[in-house]
Design a protein around this ligand. Sequence first.
Ligand SMILES: *Cc1c(COP(=O)(O)O)cnc(C)c1O
Length: 414
Amino acid sequence: MIPRLKPAIGAAEFAAILRPGGARVEEFERAFAAAFGARHAVAFPYGRSALWAWFKALGIEGAEVVLPAYTCVVVAHAIALSGNTCRFVDVSLRDYNMDLDELERAITPRTRAVLPTHLFGYPLDLDRVREIVADAEIRYGHRIFVVHDCAHAFGARWHGRLVCADGDAALFGLGISKMMTAIFGGMLTLNDDRVAGLLRQTRDSVFRPAGLRKALSRRLYLFATAAAFSRPAYPFVRWLEHETSMLDSMTKAYHLDDIIHFPPDHLERMADVEARVGLTQLTRYEGIVQGRERNARHYDARLRGVAGWVLPPLVEGATYSHYVVRVPNRKDVIDRAAHRGVDLGELIQYSVPHMASYRIDAADRLFPNALAASRQTINLPVHTDLSVRERDRVVSVLSDMALQEPSPAALPVR
Ligand SMILES: *Cc1c(COP(=O)(O)O)cnc(C)c1O
């Protein structure tokens, strides 16, 4: 079975967690800030807790925060749990990012922050975001902060500019399924010295230091993940995932059930051992992006025009954290590919304003593209561990399937 995701972890990461002593969280923060063009980086146990702490540090509460309807639900959780209200914007089916025409309409007198997400690594138009927010600031006479969600877009560039270096802050997730990982963890980068000071103060007073137990369990987690994603174990792990509820109950605390909550350890700081893995990953980072881009270009060249499937765009400066294709009959495609040894996934299989916890009346009418994306997308393996042979196998399995489709219903592109 060709795994759909595979963290780029190897000997260097294992050495980093087994060597006694070594670098600490502060060193990872400094290196991270330098790598992504920021004056400050502040580390947290999760990306979601970084965002939550940023609201606390700035005293933003009881306000509206604008975010895309199609994004990771933990971002909405951070907004809700900080005492703010989510205001959703539909996405474009071209690159799955927030539709900027809709953004303009979503900003109200109560808006204090906007979270543009560079989903799947596709950079949003930074100038338009700035312009829309600046106009709204004039209209409503108060400051509106911009926090770029770069969880899929570490180092993505729009017209040569780092998207994470724009706006007031940038948010990163460092969990095991992200482009680079610190086992778990999240980071917030920013340039304002005062706000960075407030954020550190909040982190250091509200979050407790990482305990020994965490340091140990994180090491075990990294080993377990590496084993689970190895070629021999993967079919079994996938079977567990699809056919039993065992993994589900193990990961429930961290996962995406439709309940607004954070994992139990969300107030325990990043452990030094996680920072050491993060530091190692930083040195590999360019290679990770290049490998993904190569895979994306290859899929584009080989799969474009094969059938009624909609391929994602190739965009200069994108990081290709995921390669998503829209198909009319997702479940069928996934099952048939699995049968032939290719694991395809459903990445974000929900539209947030359609979920019970965030339910908005008339969501179907207001967020049709988010709904379509949530129902039709599959993601192909683009990880750097994919061999040329495996990539060719993915292409041939998918091409066969696409050709067999009875009469592929054309999917709308907007
Ligand atoms: C992963 C992710 C985050 C942050 O995730 P954590 O799991 O809290 O570290 C934020 N935004 C998006 C789009 C993500 O995919």
